[in-house]
Design a protein around this ligand. Structure first.
Ligand code: ZN
Ligand code: ZN
Length: 380
């Protein structure tokens, strides 16, 4: 039987329906077209999250999670439970694993590293990278999640999928890219990005560039919002208890995190923060100074501005959160990785590869990067 993962739900922090599926609340009505697209209306908080085709989403997500489990072995490919035990070896000497719940036995393609150490804080950022498709210079939407304290990559995924997908999950490029935000004033940048969210056909429908696969290529390009839900589902199975998330300023990343860990957020056990940074001096250790608060966008979210010499950052608590934590938050781990990535010739030459090829290179570089952190924790 297909496990049901909720995607159509109220995504408002503080609402009694946060994370509850359609069948679990009488407050929902759907489809509602008030905002010009099919939405779920939550009468308890007045929100209108866009509706997804839940069956198509679950079919893809099940295939995605199983493939991850067969590859990495951290959880069961059948029931997605993360309670597994080593279960002897196959005839070629490779470690087999058994699920303690459904007893499924399988041989992960990658040998399991020792224990996965649960992070205290996860930091997630998007990255757009080129690939060779029907034409040159097609774009892939990549999500990178790090242990924000240790700096290692916890999960990397792209919106290329090798699995068949329903049409509603497919990314459609309408030829109208959102302008890049180069504004030198970080406060204006946050404000302008909020305006971009409002100009989208719906809040979660980012237009990040053309992404056409080669003719007859296997696989498909997912809407980034779908890739984000898949990305955070994997992290949720690995780290169900994670308390603090820091994410780039992108509204559908917020929606995916709050949906996936809804139970923790309902119990006020989690913190979720937007962060925007302007770092010109990454070596300084001087303290950050709080500069003031501003409100931005449709939701009039409250952001605080912090200054450290020439450096600026803005942070926004999305789920209450203790604002004294804001001083310590950063996306430094992803900055280090992306700097390193652009020095790897494997990566800089990968624009000639297919979307699947670029995804494989990124995964392999992520493993190299983690190995390098273990062997040379202080070095360059
Ligand atoms: Zn609600
Ligand atoms: Zn199982």
């Amino acid at each position: 039987m297909l496990t049901q993962f909720t995607i159509n739900t109220c995504k408002s922090f503080g609402c009694r329906n946060l994370g509850l599926p359609i069948s679990a609340s009488a407050d929902y009505s759907w489809p509602d077209y008030r905002l010009g697209f099919p939405a779920l209306h939550c009468r308890a908080c007045g929100s209108y999250p866009p509706l997804f085709d839940e069956q198509q989403f679950n079919e893809w997500l099940s295939a995605h999670l199983s493939a991850y489990a067969f590859e990495n072995g951290h959880f069961c490919p059948e029931c997605y439970c993360n309670k597994t035990i080593c279960y002897g070896h196959n005839p070629r000497g490779t470690q087999r694993v058994q699920c303690r719940v459904c007893r499924k036995v399988w041989t992960p393609k990658r040998q399991l590293p020792g224990e996965v150490i649960p992070p205290v804080q996860i930091e997630t950022v998007p990255l757009i990278v080129p690939f060779q498709g029907g034409r040159g210079d097609q774009k892939l939407y990549v999500l990178l999640s790090f242990d924000a304290i240790r700096g290692n990559i916890l999960h990397l995924s792209t919106n290329f999928t090798q699995h068949p997908i329903g049409e509603t999950l497919r990314y459609l490029w309408r030829g109208n890219i959102e302008p890049e935000l180069h504004h030198s004033d970080i406060v204006k940048r946050v404000d302008m990005r909020e305006m971009h969210f409002l100009r989208r056909s719906q809040f979660d429908e980012i237009q990040y560039g053309s992404a056409v696969l080669k003719r007859n290529a296997k696989g498909a390009i997912l809407r980034p919002v779908i890739a984000a839900h898949g990305h955070f589902r994997v992290l949720n199975i690995l780290f169900p208890e994670i308390k603090t998330h820091v994410i780039s300023h992108e509204c559908f990343l917020r929606g995916a995190v709050i949906t996936v860990w809804a139970e923790l957020f309902r119990q006020q056990q989690g913190e979720l923060w937007f962060i925007e940074e302007d770092i010109s001096d990454s070596d300084t250790n001087t303290p950050w100074y709080f500069q003031g608060k501003t409100h931005h966008g449709w939701w009039q979210s409250q952001w605080s501005l912090w200054i450290q010499g020439k450096n600026r950052k803005m942070v926004c608590p999305l789920t209450g959160g203790d604002s004294s934590n804001a001083e310590m938050l950063s996306i430094a781990a992803s900055r280090h990785f992306i700097d390193w990535l652009y020095k790897q010739t494997n990566f800089t030459h990968s624009a000639q590869l297919s979307a699947g090829g670029v995804t494989q290179i990124l995964l392999s570089l992520a493993h190299d990067y983690n190995d390098r952190l273990i062997t040379a924790p202080s070095g360059d």
